[in-house]
Structure formats: C-alpha cells, structure tokens
Design a binder for this molecule. Structure first.
Ligand SMILES: Cc1ncc(COP(=O)(O)O)c(C=O)c1O
Length: 336
C-alpha cells in the first residue's frame, strides 16, 4: 500500500469534521464545456455540512469556558442536520442538549436524536394564525432558556460562528483547485454556508461567481412564502444572518427540480445525495449556457440521500406529488 495515501489516526470523532472530498463529476452534464466538482459534505461524521456549524458554535464556547461539560445545557430549535451535528458534539463532551422539535419532524431524525440521548421538547400545535411551527418553537426555546440554569442557545440563524465555520469549507475547495473556482453553487437556509464561503472568497480576492440556490417558496431572495415539500434548504422567515448582497446570482429551484437533480446525480454519478444537492445540480443545468468553456464549477452537496428514501427516491411519493411530470426524472436520455 502507498503510505502517502493512508490517513493517520486522529483523536476522537470530531477530528474527522471537515476535509471532505472534492470529486470531479465527469458524466453529470453530457456535452458541458466546464468542469464540475461536487464537495461531498455528507462525509462529515454526523452526515452533513452542519457538523461544521455545530462544531464552530459549540467548541469555541467550551474553549472560552462559557460551556461547561456536566453543567451547561444547550437548547436549540432544530430537528434536522444541525440537531444531529449538535447531538454528536454534545454527546462527545457530555453536554446536555435539548432540541425543540415539532410534529413535522421525521421519525428517523427523532430516532437518531434519541440514540444520541438528546432531550426532545415536542411542539405539537402550530401557531393558530399562521399555521407555522417556527414561531411556537422559538417561543419554547425562550421558555426553556428562562427555566433551565446554565442554558445556552447557539441560534444558528443569527450566530456569526455559523458562517465562520464555512470559511474553511471554501478554503478547502480553493486549495484543492489551486484557487481556480469560477462558480460556486450553494443551497441556502440560514445562509451560513454561503456567507462563510463568500467571506473567504472575497478576502482571498477569488473571482468566484457565488450562486445562491434557494427553494421556490422560500423568502430569502424576494419570492413570497409558499408550501415546500423538501426539508433542509429554504426559509419561511428571513434569518438575521441573511445579506441579500452576498450572492452574485440567485437561482430558485422547485421541489421537482430537486428530485430531477437528485435522480440525475445517482443515475449518472452514483452519488445518493439529499434534496438540496439535487437543487444545485438543477441550478447548474439552468445556468449552463452562460458558463464559459473551461470554467470550474463547484456544487456543495450538504447531505446524503439515505434520509430521503421515502420521498425523493420513492417512485410512489414522486408520482403522488408530481405525477404529470414523471418523464422528467425517469428518462435515461433526458435532454439537459
Ligand atoms: C440539507 C441542507 N441543505 C442546505 C442547507 C442550508 O445551509 P445553510 O443553513 O448554511 O444556509 C441546510 C441547512 O440546514 C441543510 O440541512
């Protein structure tokens, strides 16, 4: 075995956060004149890009002494990838974590959080006026913070340590490509990933075109709120971190665009990824005619597809929701 390619042992699972693979995708878009790379963030140990945000928001507080294992309690309104990232870090350091979740949280995510011994505070009734759970969840966090001594809420929507984590995400991409990153396609929710990548790119003077990939029905970049099926990306309320001036381009993708992108990714590149990864594939297809030959395009793939088997990768689910358009995701030779 070539010892140059062997990873040396590291101390503890958290040391494996980051340094995710960057993979060239040669079959994804036939005839495309640019080079396409996927940043496989699902290689993080908790399974998503949010491991980086969680580590950033918790580790600095442990180092500063503000969070004390055995004493402090972390409280966050999250039932998705951030919750799992926090669960891993809090378990590792023996910090108690309470996640405020709601009736829409998937059974699988609840099971994962229970496995990490996370305390779950379930919000079962949405806001009577809006029908949304978000405001009720925020209220519950405030109540828990007031009740529990030594409580800390990271609040990923406003915490600058969230985007700060992703300066390294972009640094990894830039170093791997010797600084030649012409386009970065990044899905958005808190906008932490995009803002952190942008901060690094601008500070280093990279000429990268930053493409925010948002969901149709998300309010981040000027569209009205509307129901969305695919979790992870998009936001129903603008987060404090949002700076609409950060992206050079914004592409809105529908739920069906995510399905089509995900199905292409698995069919053509054997990568089983989550909905927001498929979103970036669809966004690149949308902009392909504008991308000059030879340009380098990087797509960030935030999580893997296993948690979407009952939705995006279920033919029954797709037919139920998008029946008429099934040719778009079934045809091997689909025109791109
Ligand atoms: C699957 C997935 N994609 C994209 C995002 C968006 O990332 P950010 O919150 O950094 O904008 C998230 C955020 O939780 C996510 O879970």
């Amino acid at each position: 075995m070539d010892s140059g390619t062997v990873n040396r042992p590291v101390k503890g699972v958290l040391a494996t956060i980051g340094n995710t693979p960057l993979v060239e995708l040669t079959s994804l878009i036939p005839g495309f004149g640019g080079r396409v790379y996927g940043k496989l963030e699902f290689f993080n140990p908790g399974g998503s890009v949010k491991d980086r945000s969680a580590a950033s928001m918790i580790l600095s507080k442990i180092r500063s002494g503000e969070l004390e294992p055995g004493r402090s309690v972390v409280v966050e309104s999250s039932s998705g990838n951030l919750a799992i990232g926090l669960a891993q870090i809090c378990r590792y350091y023996g910090l108690r974590l309470i996640c405020v979740v709601d009736a829409k949280t998937t059974e699988q995510n609840l099971a994962i959080l229970r496995a990490y011994q996370v305390g779950l505070s379930m919000v079962s009734e949405p806001d009577a006026e809006t029908g949304e759970f978000l405001s009720v969840r925020k209220q519950r966090v405030q109540e828990l913070m007031a009740e529990i001594p030594h409580a800390y809420s990271p609040n990923q929507y406003s915490n600058p340590l969230n985007p700060a984590a992703h300066e390294r995400t972009m640094a990894e991409i830039a170093h791997a490509l010797d600084g030649k990153v012409d386009y970065l396609f990044c899905s958005t929710s808190t906008t932490g990933t995009l803002n952190g990548c942008a901060a690094y790119a601008r500070a280093q003077g990279l000429s990268t075109t930053l493409v925010a990939v948002d969901a149709v029905g998300s309010v981040l970049y000027g569209l009205p709120a509307a129901p969305r099926l695919i979790p992870g990306h998009g936001a129903s309320v603008p987060p404090a971190l949002l700076d609409p001036a950060v992206p050079d381009r914004v592409v809105h993708v529908s739920d069906l665009d995510c399905v089509v992108g995900c199905r292409m990714l698995v069919q053509r590149e054997a990568i089983l990824a989550g909905g927001s990864s498929g979103a970036t594939v669809s966004a690149l297809r949308r902009l392909r005619s504008e991308v000059p030959d030879g340009a380098t395009c990087v797509l960030i793939f935030p999580d893997r597809g296993d948690r979407y088997l009952d939705t995006i990768y279920s033919d029954g689910w797709v037919i139920t929701h998008f029946g008429e358009a099934t040719h778009l995701w079934k045809d091997d030779d689909v025109e791109v």
